[in-house]
Structure formats: structure tokens, C-alpha cells
Ligand binder design. Structure first.
Ligand code: ZN
Ligand code: ZN
Length: 400
């Protein structure tokens, strides 16, 4: 879920030089004689299924690299992009989360997040965004996720504005200089890593803003990947009880089978949210949870979540990534409950590195591969539809 709302033409990455081979193809349909070609999923028109195109992969620039993508994650945000709910420029090669193998390095040395040199054949994940390091939020506020010029793979880099595909729904992808690249150890199962490829680092960031404390009762609103990442990390952080309020029931059952969450309450079934919210409150002894984490993305969840938080507790809002409009809340709840309320936006490479460090423990305790459904690259439209209607937990594309 690391994406930016800024218009890419305002950023420093906007094209200023002669057209690349890929750009010429998109403009004229002519092809060039480059060494590598890549089949890519390209969003050309909002509201339409994305197209599969064959694009050129040029040599990576110094400090950059080309990866052969093994998994390109499908995020709820991709469905919003396809529906035209975020202001981006098209055409764009989709995919902001991925896992792949280093195919080619642009000069030596190109290093991973720890400063160790990368080598062809290394299995890696990469941060979805690059912050500029020079804007006021980056330099003065120390908040790189709030960078005013953030470049996000699969979102803000229009096709044809670099050496090759800049999204992970592609056989090969070009990572630009400045990308945080995290090497995976041999013991990590790639599908397990992909289960929370975006949701995991998003929640690492959020839980640094308001950590789970030992013995706390935590309510998680939402049972998609972000909600399950919140619940799983809360359990690892020493929460005494984790209550997941979400739906539909199949998603809650899948969470239970994966070992994620202690209680699973259906708030979207025929009975509506009332009984689930009442049961959640009852499970907290009637006082409310120490920490409530909003991961549903539904505006009306916020008014409900305030009333699930105990007096003196904290409400952490993560799910409202897309602006779905205003909602009614009773502001008295903030004061009477003396709440600490925090929002959290996206993640940085540091949060991705922490997620990857946690993976052996996460995958050791929870059935992460069981959350993942794979689709071939050609079925990207189908994968998007399944993500949009919630019928799969985590979709991934397998380009190669
Ligand atoms: Zn995402
Ligand atoms: Zn910046």
C-alpha cells in the first residue's frame, strides 16, 4: 500500500530526454533490437482490463538493476488504480510489490539495504517507493513516506520513461538507483514472503507509530491482507488477545486456519455489523480494547472503532488509503475516552527490511503460503477482479 497521490509529472523523475526504445514503441508501434524483451501488464485506460504488451528492457543505469520477476503482488490499491480512483498517468506497467532474482547490475557495485554487494542470482524484494531526500518532509520533518516527490513503482512511473518496465507485473523489471533492495535468505519461502509483501511493511510502519504492548487486547477491523498482517504482528508482539472483526466469512475462516487472530467476528454478513461489534466489546470485558487497528478501508468503520477502544486506549488508522469520503463520528468519543489516535501512510525501505527480517518468525508461526493464490501474467484482469471482490486473500502474478 505504498503509493503516492502526487501526480508524477510534478516529480523529478519526469522524462526530460529523448524517447527510450520502449517509449518509441508505445508512441509508434515500431520495435528495436534490444537484448531483452519483457511481457508486461500495462494499464492503458481506467475502467478497462489491463493489456499484456511486449516491451524492451534496456541495460540498467549505474546503480540500477534488472530483476527477473518471480512474483508480482496484486494489492487492493491496484484495483483502485484500474478503476481510476487515484490520480496517475497512463500507460503504466502495474505492480508495486514483487520478488525476483537479480538478472543484471548497472555497474559495480550495486548494494542491498545493508550495503553488501548484490550479485546476479540473488533473490530479492524491493521497496515500492523512492523518496527524494531533499523536500521539506524528507529533509526537515524526517518523514520519508510523506515525500512530496515520491516515485512509486507500478503507480507513478509512466511506461516508457526509463530503461525498462517499472512495475512488477512483468517478466523483467528495472529498479532505479536509490531503490532499497532487500536480499532474502535461502530459508524463506517466496510465497510466504509475498503473503504480506505490501501489507507487512505497511503494518511494521504503523506499529512503530503505536506499538503493541505486552498483554494488550487488540481489535483489528478488516480481514484483508492489511488486517491479517496487523493481527499476526500483534500476536508476535505479545498481545494477550487479538480479535479480528471483518468478513466475508470465508476470509475469517482462512485467517483462523492460518493461525492469525484469536477470535474472528463477521461484520459483513446478513446480520450486519451490530452483533459482531457487540461481541467484540464483550470479549474485551465491556471496556474496549487497549488498541484498535483500523484496516478495513470503509469510512464507517472509524465511528465503530472509536467505540471499541477503551478509555485511555489508542486507535491506529491504516486502512483508509484511498479517499472514500467523509463519515460521521461523535467527537465526544475522542475526549471522553481520552484516546490517542494515529494515522500511518505507506512504508519505507527500512520497514520492508524489518518485514523481511521478521519473515522466518512470521512464517514459522502462521500459514502464510495458504493465504496466497497465484495467477499467470495473462490472467492479471482476473486477479484484479478477485482482489476487488475479496474472493481471494492475496493474489500474486507469476510472470516466469
Ligand atoms: Zn500495495
Ligand atoms: Zn522528498
Amino acid at each position: 500500500m505504498t503509493h503516492t497521490r502526487q501526480h508524477p509529472k510534478g516529480g523529478p523523475q519526469a522524462p526530460a530526454t529523448a524517447a527510450t526504445g520502449e517509449e518509441r514503441e508505445l508512441m509508434t508501434g515500431e520495435t528495436t533490437t534490444a537484448a531483452r524483451r519483457s511481457r508486461c501488464v500495462v494499464l492503458e485506460e481506467f475502467g478497462r482490463p489491463p493489456a499484456v504488451r511486449d516491451l524492451t528492457v534496456d541495460r540498467p543505469p549505474p546503480g540500477g538493476l534488472v530483476v527477473e520477476v518471480r512474483f508480482g503482488g496484486v494489492c487492493g490499491t491496484d484495483a483502485h488504480l484500474q478503476q481510476g480512483k487515484l490520480p496517475i498517468s497512463t500507460p503504466v506497467v502495474l505492480g508495486h510489490e514483487g520478488l525476483g532474482v537479480v538478472a543484471e547490475l548497472g555497474g559495480e557495485p550495486v548494494t542491498d539495504a545493508t550495503g553488501a554487494p548484490l550479485r546476479p542470482g540473488d533473490t530479492v524484494m524491493w521497496a515500492s517507493s523512492i523518496s527524494c531526500g531533499t523536500c521539506v518532509p524528507c529533509r526537515i520533518h524526517g518523514e520519508p513516506t510523506l515525500c512530496e516527490n515520491r516515485t512509486t513503482y507500478g503507480v507513478t512511473i509512466p511506461a516508457g520513461t526509463g530503461p525498462g518496465p517499472a512495475g512488477s507485473w512483468s517478466q523483467y523489471m528495472c529498479l532505479r538507483p536509490g531503490t532499497t533492495v532487500v536480499r532474502l535468505s535461502g530459508g524463506i519461502d517466496p510465497p510466504a514472503a509475498m503473503a504480506f509483501a505490501c501489507a507487512g511493511p505497511t503494518m511494521v510502519h504503523a506499529l512503530r507509530r503505536r506499538p503493541v504492548r505486552l498483554g494488550e487486547t487488540v481489535v483489528v477491523q478488516g480481514s484483508g491482507p492489511v488486517g491479517l498482517a496487523a493481527a499476526a504482528l500483534a500476536q508476535l508482539s505479545g498481545a494477550a488477545q487479538v480479535i479480528v472483526v471483518g468478513g466475508p466469512k470465508e476470509r475469517l475462516d482462512l485467517a483462523a486456519r492460518a493461525g492469525i487472530g484469536d477470535h474472528h467476528l463477521d461484520a459483513v454478513g446478513a446480520d450486519g455489523p451490530g452483533p459482531a461489534l457487540a461481541r467484540a466489546l464483550e470479549l474485551t470485558g465491556g471496556r474496549g480494547a487497549d488498541l484498535v487497528v483500523e484496516c478495513s478501508g470503509a469510512p464507517e468503520a472509524v465511528g465503530q472503532g472509536l467505540r471499541l477502544t477503551r478509555r485511555g486506549g489508542a486507535y491506529l488508522i491504516v486502512g483508509q488509503y484511498t479517499d472514500r469520503g467523509d463519515t460521521e463520528v461523535n467527537p465526544h468519543q475522542f475526549v471522553h475516552r481520552q484516546l490517542t489516535v494515529a494515522g500511518s501512510w505507506g512504508f519505507t525501505g527500512a520497514h520492508l527490511a524489518a518485514y523481511v527480517d521478521h519473515l522466518p518468525v512470521l512464517a514459522g508461526r502462521f500459514d502464510l503460503p495458504g493465504l496466497v493464490t497465484s495467477f499467470p501474467l495473462d490472467a492479471a484482469g482476473q486477479a484484479l477482479a478477485h482482489v476487488a471482490d475479496g474472493s481471494v486473500m492475496k493474489a500474486v502474478l507469476r510472470p516466469s
